[in-house]
Design a protein around this ligand. Structure first.
Ligand code: ADP
Ligand code: MG
Length: 227
């Protein structure tokens, strides 16, 4: 499979607060992620993992530096363009599933596709395939509240990749699960990444899972470093 640079952060800075109370979370941070690679982001709480993922996911703007998705610098783009890129190129998974409680698992996965303009029957077919792929095809009609934590996260992952993004960002996606379920959910996520060739950046405190990824990075003094 041909490897492309999917995500590139160059000299990214993020500060909170002002004047004397300024907190520098990211200081000239660099990170490159290629298609087909799964990278673990392992760092203590409060070091800036979520901040980094939000910047990479175009949910926030850096104070300076460049955030490029598939070779395009996204900083100068309008909010509409950033939203369009986020919808088509980026999938996000949170620690708590953030699924819509009033809709079934299948409908939750159909939703982003229909927002992207896919006809209902096509969205339904892809949602079904993704649920099968995550080995929860039999749970499609159930609402999130009727699913286990591991099942909810597998639906959230399926929803994140529903529009075939090139980048998957996950913020402690198994942080709420017992080790065995976490391992199983990660296995499903990994299979999906391998099969689709997308690039994944996964924040985790689970060192066992981190070891199973292609590469591990951490945040030291505001910079992203391999470890
Ligand atoms: P992590 O995900 O690694 O736990 P975060 O990226 O959430 O870390 O936060 C990094 C630091 O930035 C923390 O000290 C947090 O309190 C601070 N922080 C995050 N968001 C804001 C904000 N909107 N305003 C002020 N400080 C913030
Ligand atoms: Mg966080």
């Amino acid at each position: 499979m041909k490897r492309n640079t999917v995500l590139k952060l160059s000299g990214v800075e993020r500060h909170y607060g002002q004047g004397d109370t300024q907190l520098s979370i990211l200081k000239k941070a660099d990170l490159t992620l290629n298609s087909g690679e799964i990278v673990a982001l392992v760092a203590p709480s409060g070091t800036g993992k979520s901040t980094l993922l939000h910047l990479a996911g175009l949910l926030e703007h850096p104070d300076s530096g460049e955030v490029s998705i598939n070779g395009h610098d996204c900083n100068g783009l309008s909010d509409d363009k950033r939203t369009a890129i986020r919808r088509s190129e980026i999938g996000f998974v949170y620690q708590f599933h953030h699924l819509l409680p009033e809709f079934s698992a299948l409908e939750n996965i159909m939703m982003p596709q229909m927002i992207a303009g896919l006809p209902r029957n096509e969205a339904k077919q892809r949602a079904s395939q993704l649920l099968d792929y995550m080995r929860i095809g039999h749970r499609g009609a159930h609402r999130p509240g009727e699913l286990s934590g591991g099942e909810q996260q597998r639906v959230a992952i399926a929803r994140a990749v529903a529009n075939a993004p090139s980048l998957l960002l996950a913020d402690e996606p198994t942080g709420n699960l017992d080790p065995e379920t976490a391992s199983y959910v990660f296995e499903a996520l990994e299979a999906l990444v391998r099969q689709s060739g997308l690039a994944a950046l996964i924040a985790t405190h689970n060192h066992e899972l981190a070891r199973r990824m292609d590469r591990r990075v951490t945040i030291v003094d505001g910079k992203v470093v391999d470890f």
